[in-house]
Design a protein around this ligand. Structure first.
Ligand code: Q46
Ligand code: ZN
Ligand code: ZN
Length: 302
């Protein structure tokens, strides 16, 4: 296998691109894909401060690395979910990464904001762990960005994540989720920051290869609650399709973004209000996060 660029020995074959690259040209390819994503969706400018949500995993740290190397103004945001050793180790990875690059890392503790760490929230609410966790993460990301003055939050979602989420939404025909599936969500209210996913053009394997080649120390273990998550089953189905026909995931996601998403976008009309309890944006009187925190408080102190 030879590198498409220089003809040297290739280290990685990208079947969906029908190409192979040597390590330096793979890094170049990776950075170009991020630049293309940023450009195509006008994710942010060089004048803006970007908050990068980091979990300690390969994707978010690879993203932060690319943006720092490219000269963007960034800071990290680590959400401490309080999930046993997983949270301790992932936090340590983020802190080490930030320190080695002289970057600021903001830390938000879910236990402080919601009243209990995620495993206790799960027991108290009896809701699927990932639903309370996802809700808390989205809320805290937006709140932290507003508090610290960042107009945009970037997350490390890759092509595999996005294709799996889309697959899940389509399987259950969650038509309200479809218009929100996008590499870049604009701010639709002064209290909502933009949310962007600059890695959506890159597969999980590619972000792993990038992190490895860049010597990024990341947490390899997954969150213990990820094991039963539906998204894993969806990923496995898509992996089999990709294996049989390289490019399937890309075609599924990109076809949706180009051809189908606009149709769902038109039917989304929601009035945005401010939560009477915390002031963050919501569609009702009290936001879902405040309701969750209230329930946790009642169930853990009662
Ligand atoms: S951190 Fe939270 Fe994920 Fe763990 S509990 Fe589920 S949503 S799996 S990305
Ligand atoms: Zn090469
Ligand atoms: Zn609220």
């Amino acid at each position: 296998m030879k590198c498409r660029k220089c003809g040297g020995a290739a280290a990685l074959e990208l079947r969906r691109h029908n190409a192979a690259f040597c390590p330096p040209h793979f890094l170049e390819f990776f950075r170009k894909q991020v630049a293309e994503a940023v450009h195509r969706h006008q994710m942010f400018t060089r004048e803006e401060k970007i908050m990068v949500a980091v979990s300690g995993g390969k994707d978010s740290l690879a993203l932060w690395d690319v943006l720092i190397e490219d000269g963007y103004q960034t800071a990290g945001l680590y959400l401490d979910l309080g999930i046993f050793d997983y949270s301790k180790e992932s936090k340590a990875k983020c802190e080490a990464f930030a320190a080695s690059r002289g970057q600021t890392l903001h830390i938000e503790r879910v236990a402080e904001a919601v009243g209990a760490p995620i495993p206790v929230v799960q027991q108290a609410t009896r809701r699927p762990t990932c639903s309370a966790c996802g809700l808390s993460k989205r809320y805290l990301m937006n709140r932290a960005a507003l508090q610290h003055g960042y107009p945009v939050v970037a997350t490390g979602h890759n092509l595999d994540d996005e294709a799996a989420t889309l697959f899940g939404s389509v399987m259950h025909w969650q038509t309200d989720a479809l218009p929100r599936q996008s590499p870049a969500l604009a701010s639709t209210h002064p209290k909502l920051v933009r949310r962007v996913k600059p890695l959506y053009r890159l597969s999980e394997l590619e972000t792993a290869a990038f992190a490895f080649l860049r010597g990024i120390a990341y947490i390899v273990e997954e969150c213990p609650f990820a094991m039963g998550a539906n998204s894993i089953a969806h990923k496995q189905v898509l992996d089999r399709l990709e294996e049989a026909s390289p490019g399937s995931k890309h075609n599924f996601l990109f076809g949706f973004l180009e051809k189908a998403r606009p149709a769902f976008e038109k039917i989304e009309h929601v009035e945005l209000l401010e939560c009477t309890s915390c002031g963050q944006v919501t569609t009702g009187a009290i936001c879902a996060f405040c309701k969750l925190a209230d329930l946790v408080k009642r169930r853990t102190t009662g």
